[in-house]
Write a protein that binds this ligand. Sequence first.
Ligand SMILES: Cc1cc2nc3c(=O)[nH]c(=O)nc-3n(C[C@H](O)[C@H](O)[C@H](O)COP(=O)(O)O)c2cc1C
Length: 392
Amino acid sequence: MRLEHCINYYDFRELARRRLPSPIFNYIDGAADDETTYRRNTSAFEECDLVPNVLTGVEDLDLSVTVLGQKLELPFYCSPTALQRLFHHQGERAVAQAVQKFGTMFGVSSLGTVSLEELSSSFSFPQVYQFYFHKDRGLNKAMMERAKAAGLRIMMLTVDSITGGNRERDLRTGFSIPLRLTLSGLAQFVIKPKWAIDYLTHEKFRLPQLEQHVDMAGGATSISDYFTNMLDQSMSWRDVAEMVKQWDGKFCLKGVMSVDDAKRAIDIGCAGIVISNHGGRQLDGSRSSFDQLAEIVDAVGDSIEVLFDGGVRRGTHVLKALSLGARAVGVGRYYLFPLAAAGQAGVERALGLMRTEIERDMKLMGCRSISQLSRHNLRFRNSSDRRQTLAR
Ligand SMILES: Cc1cc2nc3c(=O)[nH]c(=O)nc-3n(C[C@H](O)[C@H](O)[C@H](O)COP(=O)(O)O)c2cc1C
């Protein structure tokens, strides 16, 4: 199987599975506990049907959206994800090149493997800095100042990771940073020598956003120690309100799932929220982000920008979320498997396929611009969700 044979998400996933040592594949592919939320994130789209209109003249399309003051050519963006150079040696550089080419937005993770300074000086597309809240307030302040000095204008605080999710696949393989593999996990690296050569012959693995403060790549602290010992479980709305003031730019909360929290985000001055359950990697049993979207848009959609991610694999998934009122849609594994499978060429192919799907689906729906998508063109099969469709 080669890159040119990949025509959808599932093909990229399969190519990545063949290329990656299984502990790394399972780190990307896996989720928390029984992975019910992970599966539900995607299957939720199947309970919502599209109702197209015809004969509307759709030869010219405009897929652009404006998100947190930035114009994007496409209504989907690459959500922040950790450890990308572990998946392919080009890591964030590959994703950034592809994002630049397609004119969308990129989230730089604080567990990223290329520095935010390098990314912001090399690329002009909108970048978002994804951040976790540390016990050490001085460290939070220093990291925000660093991001501001690097020219980043949008801060995205992840709030669904107050503690690490129970990722049982990682427990079985021994996946952690630094790698502390079980014997069978180690054997998986031996049988994928191409990945190992690729990894060992390129720039040493680093976590440049954190390395001045935490010795993770060097081995003194693991990612799970980082979550347990350095992040602040007492984080409160008051703390975040303080951060919003300090940042003095667009501030967004990632991982909001309730209407109450969405309202509080407005009260503390946030410009946006991302309805997200971290791709099912944190609280298993949490509602799918798509199922929760309408309720939140109805409550706060006129006062704050509502972004959305979770389970998106198809252009029609993007259209359904936009039709419910999401301002833009984030993808995670959708670009990570192509990255792992084939680096920049893989991410470009995946983003290109998604753009083509959205263009085709928009035409088939009879819509020329994203603003023409609405709930009039959606029907939910379940009766309580049907009421949500009609509410707006
Ligand atoms: C391998 C992996 C690493 C991730 N790392 C981060 C991260 O560092 N920070 C963060 O806020 N979200 C992280 N996420 C969550 C994504 O930003 C996004 O919410 C999620 O992937 C969306 O679900 P999807 O993968 O089904 O599209 C990660 C997700 C994956 C799969």
